[in-house]
Design a protein around this ligand. Structure first.
Ligand code: TRP
Length: 362
């Protein structure tokens, strides 16, 4: 008797390989007709963005924008409160984020940058949406579980527990149909799709109020921090986009390598060295194997020199633009104000449809 595998392998419980296959199809569709897509994505305002963010997602967003995809970038200021008591220096963090976005090429004439708390209609969706998910669905979410495990809080607050539903409200208030994500965000997107489907089934009366947004998985390789673990601001191992050339050189000089002199690209056996090679390769837009080969027996010092030069050269125009925008606070504030206005108009229209579907005309 032959055995036919009908289910995905257990390592793929979140449907990663299905999402990857679908993403390839989506890329094709985007090239054919970018106008049928609307993206919503964003970053928590907790500090300056770094190279891990850049090569992980930011770069991809600008690519999508430039292909002609409409984009909403949310700065989820409430979400900061999921794992801390107070949102310290929120205004400063929000402004830094807007600066980073503008510096990398987000164009406010084409893409909309907004802050979560400035869009009341978005938050109004949260209550009906919460009624569509069960408590056990919320407690099963692996990304939330992981965040709870790493949280500095002794007790889990209600916002942490429910933020994937908030995220569904972020996405669906703008009726976005495409969400570029990393693998860790797939469970959230699945929940957003579930909420959209259940809302349509329960209240839609045959018509779909909400699209079921799709995940666009990027194939960006994982960039490690200078200590060989995940690049993250809180670990002090990140190179910020806004760091200057000297700080960049210092950080790379201090980066962890290994005892073997000959430089190779082997992410499994030599994660620290390979991540440096990868960083140079990404900045130089060349295959990492070639970069490693060229350095070869010249060793870690030569590798670090190559990486430093490549990063500083790559980031120079981004840093120059950032410095320019930093001089123009009025422009920053206007960008956010206009982004918030535009998003309020879109979310108000969505809420009006939701009210109509729910028969809440008073
Ligand atoms: N949760 C995301 C993060 O922690 C940020 C985010 C908030 C987001 N709302 C979103 C991402 C909607 C995509 C879509 O980085």
């Amino acid at each position: 008797m032959s055995t036919i595998q009908t289910t995905a392998p257990s390592t793929d419980t979140l449907g990663t390989s299905a999402a990857q296959a679908r993403s390839a199809v989506l890329e094709e569709l985007i090239r054919e007709d970018p106008g049928r897509f609307r993206v919503l994505t964003g970053d928590r305002p907790t500090g300056r963005l770094h190279l891990g963010h850049y090569f992980g997602t930011l770069h991809n967003r600008v690519r999508l924008q430039n292909l002609g995809v409409e984009m909403f970038l949310i700065i989820p200021d409430y979400q900061v409160l999921t794992d801390r008591d107070v949102a310290d220096n929120l205004t400063g963090h929000v402004e830094e984020l807007v600066l980073d976005y503008l510096a990398i090429g987000v164009d406010p004439a084409r893409s909309t940058i907004f802050t979560h708390s400035a869009v009341p209609a978005l938050n109004q969706l949260l209550l009906p949406f919460l009624s569509l998910v069960s408590v056990s669905e919320l407690s099963r979410n692996p990304t939330v579980k992981d965040e709870i495990a790493h949280s500095r809080q002794s007790a889990v607050n209600g916002l942490m527990f429910t933020y994937p539903v908030h995220q569904a409200a972020d996405i669906l208030s703008c009726k976005a149909n495409l969400v570029p994500v990393g693998q860790d965000q797939l469970p959230h997107l699945e929940l957003t799709r579930t909420v959209a489907r259940r809302f349509n089934d329960r209240y839609g009366d045959g018509t779909a109020v909400f699209p079921q947004p799709e995940a666009l998985l990027s194939n960006a390789p994982l960039l490690l921090g200078t200590d060989g673990t995940k690049m993250s601001k809180s670990r002090g191992n990140a190179i910020a986009l806004s760091a200057d050339a000297d700080e960049t050189a210092r950080l790379i000089r201090g980066a962890k390598t290994d005892a073997e002199r000959h430089i190779t690209y082997d992410p499994v056996a030599r994660p620290e060295v390979s991540s440096l090679v990868l960083l140079a390769a990404l900045c130089l837009d060349r295959p990492p194997l070639r970069v490693a080969e060229e350095i070869g027996s010249a060793g870690a010092a030569a590798l670090k020199k190559t990486v430093t030069e490549a990063v500083n050269e790559y980031l120079a125009p981004i840093r120059a633009r950032r410095a320019e925008y930093a001089q123009d606070r009025a422009f920053l504030r206007r960008t956010l104000r206009e982004g918030n206005e535009r998003t309020r108009a879109v979310a108000d229209a969505t809420l009006a449809e939701v009210r109509a579907a729910m028969n809440s005309h008073y």
